[in-house]
Design a protein around this ligand. Sequence first.
Ligand SMILES: Cc1cc2nc3c(=O)[nH]c(=O)nc-3n(C[C@H](O)[C@H](O)[C@H](O)COP(=O)(O)OP(=O)(O)OC[C@H]3O[C@@H](n4cnc5c(N)ncnc54)[C@H](O)[C@@H]3O)c2cc1C
Length: 450
Amino acid sequence: MLNGAELVARGDEQWDSARAAFNLAIDQRPAMVARPGNADEVAAVVGYARENGLRIAVQAEGHGAGPLAGVGEDTLLLKTARMTGAEIDAENRRSRVGAAAKWQDVSALASPQGLAGLSGSSAEVGVVGYMLGGGHGWLSRKHGMACNSVVGAEVVTADGQLLRADRENEPDLFWALRGGGGSFGVVTALEFELYPVPELYAGMLTWPWERTADVLHAWREWVSGLPNEMSTWARVLQVPPLPDIPEPVRGRQLVVVEAAYLGAEESGGELLRPLRDLAPELDTFAAVPPAALGHLHMDPEDPVPFAMSGQLLDALPPAAIDTIVEAVGPDSGSPLLSLELRQLGGALTEAPPDAGALASVDQAFLTLGVGMVMDPGMASAINAHLDLVSNALEPWDSGVKYANFVDVPIDTRLCYPPETFDRLQEVKARYDRHDLFRANHPIPCSAAAR
Ligand SMILES: Cc1cc2nc3c(=O)[nH]c(=O)nc-3n(C[C@H](O)[C@H](O)[C@H](O)COP(=O)(O)OP(=O)(O)OC[C@H]3O[C@@H](n4cnc5c(N)ncnc54)[C@H](O)[C@@H]3O)c2cc1C
């Protein structure tokens, strides 16, 4: 124990469970694991690491642990797992969460009030890590990236101080935390806006994957006229035969269109008509509460071994669809569980006044390829196929990276416009000039500002 924070060292009974990440393909071997329960304990851990010449990698459950695969003896892994808790103020449409809160903790409170945070595809993902990296989800075409819904953060910085960052206090830190990642300190609490969702019509349509080409071409044409109230993702899915996967899709190869519509069943159904005309074999669309959005995409709820990779595309012409069908459709030999296409646009392209570091996303589509690495032998085939997809889509690739969808170390410069990256480096140098915090997608200190 260290001032109340639990310390787990190599050889301790809990060592393997303490160092594990949600992504079971990642083998983290830090110098030790610390599990503080509150901000004071976080400050004690930060002081301990500094005094012992260790860097700090902060992690909730490790959904984004891939780029940290090399965490080793020079690094203390600070797991926020004990810092759970979420509360909402329905009247003022605000939520406040602890460092380890998951989206399901927020939606359990907000959904019955007809409110929603800007969560992503999974109810299990950590609110803080998701928001620090940007946060793209079902309501993004209407309300933008989730990071720009943040109104305040409490942060323990490298000198062990607990700071409040918001529009009035530490405004540069507040700016950097909204999309600049976890390089600036340990976020111990986060406050953000909730949005009214009086009506929601959501679900998925599925077809056997022999229909991949005609469904994806039809989806591509369909999305061009959609209002911002409609968000839609299409995917080619090879579903493993696992027991916790819903029966109608378990073990199947499918092409799937998912969508969430902020509106009534009647108008949503009208918008969906061109896709329903393609005679899907399964149609799960229904009026649902906001909490249902955390399960629509059927993400895994328990830790799994996976590799993933995404791209931001400037355009998706018919030739890009043909390329995708060839790469992951029938006869492709693809080992990928899923390749998805998310339509962007709408509010994502408009930087809100006083936005954070990830102010807008100007590209038209976001892709995500995922493979299950059930044994080490599969890793090379999956990574090779993720590379094949990304090379094939190169003609439409913007070259910009979306950090939350990159699961290997990259040059973080690729995630931001040059002037944003420069400012992030300056903020890093101001708050962590000895580079104590090791984020999954790190911002290095600028040499000039150090
Ligand atoms: C199944 C699944 C579904 C996903 N769906 C989406 C999606 O729809 N949209 C989307 O945008 N992303 C999505 N992601 C990506 C996800 O948002 C990122 O992996 C994010 O980093 C996860 O945050 P975490 O806290 O759960 O993960 P962690 O691995 O625990 O944290 C990731 C990083 O966040 C930082 N961090 C976390 N907590 C703190 C803290 N308290 N203080 C400072 N830094 C901290 C650290 O730098 C850490 O390396 C998904 C990932 C998975 C595995």
